[in-house]
Ligand binder design. Structure first.
Ligand SMILES: Nc1ncnc2c1ncn2[C@@H]1O[C@H](COP(=O)(O)OP(=O)(O)OP(=O)(O)O)[C@@H](O)[C@H]1O
Ligand SMILES: [Mg+2]
Length: 434
């Protein structure tokens, strides 16, 4: 237990800075060194949820799972991360050799050597994988250990108000809801540029209710359960009903629309999957008011209109980048955790970060801290971060939401049927640049 003291210090730091992915990642590494596998797993899971340490956290998870002998989960996670990373880059290379080790451990030596020969697409499924259900699989991504509440979500007053009215209130006071002849059910679909807090809000809602949080990426479902997805979707909802309250979160929801209408065998498969999901959602109101459904997408225009009917995703919420006040609050949070924070004025930084997403602001702060961190590591003494560091970091960074708004503007302008993008349009009007 050579890292005991540092681990305790990190845990203390994390109490006031729970969203600092780098700290979580560091903690996981030290816990791993000390042989604290469950603890390390939990910390790595948290790091994997933070935008800035998403890849590093997920990679570490794979290693930890492999070391703990949990090969099935390790394999699945490695595959899905590899699919995201593609075959280029150091991360991908490292991950491929990790995968090869796992496959060798499972006796899949042929696949392992193919993989090392540089063919990431030739990954074979092990015999155990076929029997695994989506519910088992999804619960591996369930969120248990980090307690968030809606107070942790900065700004986004409209979104929080809708969640309060549509999700929290009916859950807490079903009698009132029923007195108005409502049956509950239905879900909330969130859309907006990446990194503005969609996943974060869904998790915070689950935390608020003390509910289980089960996150399902539609891309992963399509990859892993192709051809048997309807049964799997049913099992997922059954599992949620049995273990309620559960927040079911469907990420990358637009993936469901992508291959529709191609007229191939694919399109039949898609139709079955979509129909099953619709059926489960329609059933949710009566059978299980304690299953709450969220979905998120960056491309709402690709989401099938059938999902927009009453009782399904009848609330579609736009999750914009933080406004000036929101940026100030986010900056203050991140800056507070840095040495020298007392000497940093967040206001000019907030004024110069229009269109920055929450995730952008987080990485801006990390970038600003890099010089002081390097110096500290070199000298063994803590160096402070200063205003100049932020000026330099600002000059070297760019808001990531601009591109998304470029596309979204056209949909807001030319396909705003039924006012579905009114919130987006209002937002665009409020921003001078557009
Ligand atoms: N309004 C906000 N309040 C607090 N934190 C935020 C907010 N917006 C973004 N963040 C931070 O940015 C990170 C990224 O947000 P999140 O993963 O929820 O974005 P997302 O909208 O789901 O993005 P994607 O579309 O890429 O999935 C969060 O982990 C959180 O730390
Ligand atoms: Mg997300």
């Amino acid at each position: 237990m050579k890292n005991q003291v540092v681990i305790r210090a990190l845990q203390q730091a994390l109490e006031t800075d729970r969203l600092n992915g780098d700290l979580w990642l560091h903690l996981a590494t030290l816990q791993r060194e000390d042989g604290l596998f469950e603890e390390a797993l939990s910390s790595a899971r948290t790091a994997a949820e933070m935008a800035t340490t998403r890849t590093a956290g997920r990679k570490l998870l794979v290693t930890l799972l492999r070391e703990a002998g949990r090969f099935d989960e390790a394999l699945m996670r490695a595959e899905s991360l590899l699919a995201e990373l593609g075959s280029e880059g150091a991360d991908s290379r490292e991950l491929r050799s990790e995968l090869a080790i796992i496959q060798t451990a499972r006796g899949q030596t042929e696949e392992a050597s193919e993989l090392l020969a540089g063919e990431p697409q030739a990954i074979a499924m092990g015999p155990g994988d076929e029997e695994q259900s989506l519910a088992d699989w999804a619960s591996q991504f369930a969120w248990g250990d980090l307690k968030l509440s809606l107070d942790d979500v900065v700004g986004l007053a409209d979104v929080k108000r809708q969640i309060n009215l549509r999700i929290l209130a009916p859950f807490k006071q079903p009698e009132i809801f029923e007195a108005f002849g409502r049956s509950g059910g239905g879900g909330i679909l969130m859309y907006g540029p990446p990194g503005c807090g969609k996943t974060f809000i869904a998790r915070a809602t689950a935390g608020e209710l003390g509910a289980r949080f089960v996150s399902v990426s539609i891309h992963d479902v399509l990859d892993k359960f192709y051809g048997e997805s309807e049964k799997q979707i049913h099992a997922l909802f059954e599992d949620a009903r049995e273990n309620s309250p559960t927040v079911l979160f469907f990420d990358e929801f637009d993936a469901l629309g992508a291959a529709r209408g191609t007229g191939s065998a694919d399109s039949q498969f898609w139709k079955t999957l979509v129909d099953q999901l619709l059926q489960e959602m329609d059933g949710v109101g009566d059978q299980n008011r304690d299953v709450l459904i969220f979905a998120a997408t960056n491309m709402p225009w690709n989401v099938d209109m059938a999902f927009r009917r009453p009782g399904r995703f009848d609330r579609v919420l736009f999750v914009p980048p933080p406004d000036l006040a929101g940026r100030l609050e986010l900056l203050a949070k991140h800056i507070k955790a840095l040495p020298g924070s007392g000497g940093i004025n967040a206001k000019p930084i907030a004024q110069n970060t229009e269109h920055y997403t929450g995730a952008d602001i987080q990485s801006l702060c990390q970038r600003a801290a890099e010089r002081a961190l390097d110096k500290s590591l070199e000298t063994g003494e803590v160096h402070e971060v200063n205003q100049e560091d932020f000026v330099r970091a600002l000059a070297a960074s760019r808001p990531s939401s601009i591109e998304w708004f470029g596309t979204a503007r056209n949909y807001g302008r030319y396909s705003n049927e039924g006012g579905q993008y009114d919130e987006l349009v209002t937002y665009l009007k409020s921003v001078k640049k557009w």
